[in-house]
Design a protein around this ligand. Structure first.
Ligand code: PGA
Length: 243
């Protein structure tokens, strides 16, 4: 793999510790950084540790701007399963970031196409993302870029794969409540980040890890494109690696 740095850790907890320390070091080095953020189960422990560090050591996010990868179409920011709500509850409300500098696509906008264009323009207007945090779907998706998404895609509207709806149904009352569409940064948007930190944990991600490391670079496995990115770090635990 091209210049990819793989940090192997024992488990989810150690992954979260390493990831948070990685982010803290970057924020300290560049207090005005633009941070790309992800939701889902993978980064939850990382956000917890960032909050602990903020409380204990006072690391400041006062000058930091954030852009989240994605949001469900149709959910407003105060819907409990919206990613805006997730970010507020699990991170933003507990640190000293200026909420106005935290961006998540607006899922309940009347014109989702225009929202995609505006989001892409907004990222460009702040000079692009310095460090993008990523998880990976079992099917290789990054953000909500499902298999088959063009590597050239900017922020766009996607139909969620059935496997993604099933994976995310655990957060909803039932699978029928999972929205069918989302707005997601595209593959091209993600690849524009200066640096990427990909987190992978658990046995259910082992196949994805393996394909990421060993498989072909192809649109049917979106994360494979990361091997063409000049600056990627992966923090993976033993279960994901298969050790
Ligand atoms: P997860 O999702 O962190 O909840 O496993 C990752 C993803 O689907 O990108």
């Amino acid at each position: 793999m091209n210049k990819v740095n793989i940090i192997k850790v024992n488990d989810y907890q150690e992954m979260s510790e390493k990831a948070s320390q990685y982010i803290i070091d970057k924020v300290k080095a560049n207090p005005k950084m633009v941070l790309g953020l992800a939701t889902g189960g993978t980064p939850e422990g990382t956000y917890k540790r960032l909050i602990e560090d903020h409380d204990q050591n006072g690391t400041s996010y006062d000058g930091v701007a954030t852009f989240n990868l994605d949001e469900y179409v149709g959910l407003s920011g105060d819907h409990p399963q919206s990613y805006r709500h997730y970010m507020n509850e699990r991170f933003f409300n507990h640190i000293d970031i200026n909420k106005e500098n935290t961006y998540v696509p607006r899922g309940n906008t009347v014109d989702a196409e225009a929202e995609c264009e505006a989001y892409e323009a907004l990222m460009a207007s702040v000079g692009g993302i310095d460090l993008q945090i990523l998880g990976i779907g079992g099917n290789g998706h990054i953000g909500f870029n499902e298999p088959g998404t063009s590597f050239q895609s900017p922020t766009h509207i996607v139909d969620l794969a059935q496997s993604t709806k099933e994976a995310n149904a655990r957060y909803f009352a039932n699978i029928d409540e999972v929205p069918n569409q989302a707005i997601t940064m595209g593959i091209a948007s993600i690849m524009k980040s200066r640096e990427i930190l990909l987190l992978i944990s658990g046995e259910n991600k082992h196949e994805a890890y393996k394909q990421l490391i060993e498989g072909e670079i192809q649109e049917n496995f979106p994360a494979s494109i990361l091997r063409n990115h000049p600056y990627v770090t992966i923090i993976a635990d033993k279960a994901a690696i298969g050790e």
